[in-house]
Design a protein around this ligand. Sequence first.
Ligand SMILES: [Mg+2]
Length: 243
Amino acid sequence: MDNIRAVLFDLDGTIYYGSKLIPGADRVVNKYRQEGKKIFFMTNNSTKSRKQIWEKLTGMGLKCSYDEVYTSGYAAALYAKQMGYHTVYIMGSKALEEEFGELDITVSDQAEVVIVGYDMTFDYQKLTDALQVAFHADKIIACNKERHYPGENAKRMPGCGAMVGALEGSLGREVDYSVGKPNPLLMEIICKDNDLRPEEVVVVGDTYESDIVMAQNYGSSAVYIGEEDHKDIKCIHAIGELL
Ligand SMILES: [Mg+2]
């Protein structure tokens, strides 16, 4: 850890399950902070804004600042902005709409791009509405394609991939781009914002196919929290083992 300047923590299944902090998570974060490392939290969860995630973390007693939190929704808004798009249609949450609004991108049903985010109130009507826009859109961008994630008591909950799959199934084609893990875009944004190089950061996460593969895609190291060793990486069983 000597050459490491920043620790990037996944959230669901690493820092918390649903509304409960995982034992030891706050002490691990504080330990790295005291060692002088920068701390960041990255999540594929696009149903909440960065501010809402920050409020959730601080509400759980984990001290952090707003600008340490990065979400796939925020990354999607930055990506759309960089690509020069001015109007988007959101098949996702209100909070996701707000992320785009903050970057002065207009949310409309006459849009250039359809953004697909995780939405716990997703239903047939929302799919129908999005489909009408998607037929004529330049691009369809997914916040991520995660199949499922650990909710309360580690119960597996359908992720954004379920919404992406519904739209892809009705359109008859795949979405054009997915911004979330394992795409290293979130890491690129964090490193650019904070002047960090890939070899100076470590990712701590519980999902091999998103967290660990993302770190590998970016040329960074990773700590895998899992049940058993996976391919090329040994696992630890809980974040508390980092104490
Ligand atoms: Mg996770």
